[in-house]
Design a binder for this molecule. Sequence first.
Ligand code: TRP
Length: 374
Amino acid sequence: MSDTKEKIILTGDRPTGKLHIGHYVGSLRERVRLQNSGEYSEVYIMIADAQALTDNADNPGKVRNNILNVALDYLSVGIDPSKSSILIQSQIPELPELTQYYMNLVTVQRLERNPTVKSEIKMRGYSEKEDGKGTPVGFFCYPISQASDITAFKATTVPAGEDQSPMIEQAREIVRKFNSIYGDALVEPDILLPKSSAARRLPGTDGMAKMSKSLGNCIYLSDPEKEVEKKIMGMFTDPDHLKVSDPGKTEGNPVFIYLEAFAGPEIPESKAFFEEYAPDYQDLNEMEEHYRRGGLGDVKVKRFLNNVMQETLKPIREKRAEYEKDIPGVLEILKTGTEKAEEKAAGTLSDVKRAMKIDYFDEPSVITNADLAD
Ligand code: TRP
């Protein structure tokens, strides 16, 4: 036995739509790397359908339909079911049971201060002050249920985007509070953020801060080749870069942010991309310098980006097509992953009940005659 704590990963996504390249660079790519690193003894990837229902109660069909989409996205980017358990949140009743106990450790006021919840309430127009229809209680409490997702698997590491930081912080507080009241039963998780700033927040093809389905500015992992090309050739760039000879801005320019995320110095294939598709330049830095100096046209840069993206997405697309031919096989993967996950969560729930001394029937000494006296 090694004396270091075993490292365990838990992370997940709400199944409200197909996953896009923002998800890919922000987390999926990193998950695959971590899964293959050999550093983690267990990896759990959750399709968070119960969380998706907290703000889609009136649209369960949307959530249900996207479970398979997200599962296919996972498998096609290289999540390997022999190394990672893919699980469906709603099929693990231990999670809401944990949530019930954690709810007693969190105040309404603390939840109200959670910056992600705050901005999501605003975005969804729930605010009653602004004549919204009000915030569903389940939605308001989802950070607590997310703490259950993480702690149920004794996760040490949560690879996720920056927007999830407040959730992990809230989970850590719950763990500390639980352990201090009932004794150490839970593990405090750390968030693992993507390294490059381009990967942390990939803008939409229109340059808006975030890719979002409603803005129609996403490139999906499952988009066909032609669609990807069309979206890239229509991307926003530097609005002041009118003539090829004009000096251009690379900072804040979505095309260059994408290049940084897909062909930047941290990307293993980047050298090969330049050799093959832009041999005039050694690396992205040189291409950026040329653009800033003037003399490099947007169309040329976009063509390069398109080549890079097609190379990146082709193997993903091919793998997806394979899995699409065997949907019952995909369901079997989800079932196996969920079963393994439930076993783990059941172990944690019994640790929690033992720590709280509410395991009355498993441990008869918990309730004795002595309890009659108070
Ligand atoms: N809140 C995450 C999202 O919106 C999804 C999620 C649910 C999650 N449970 C999780 C992420 C646990 C990390 C860990 O994408």
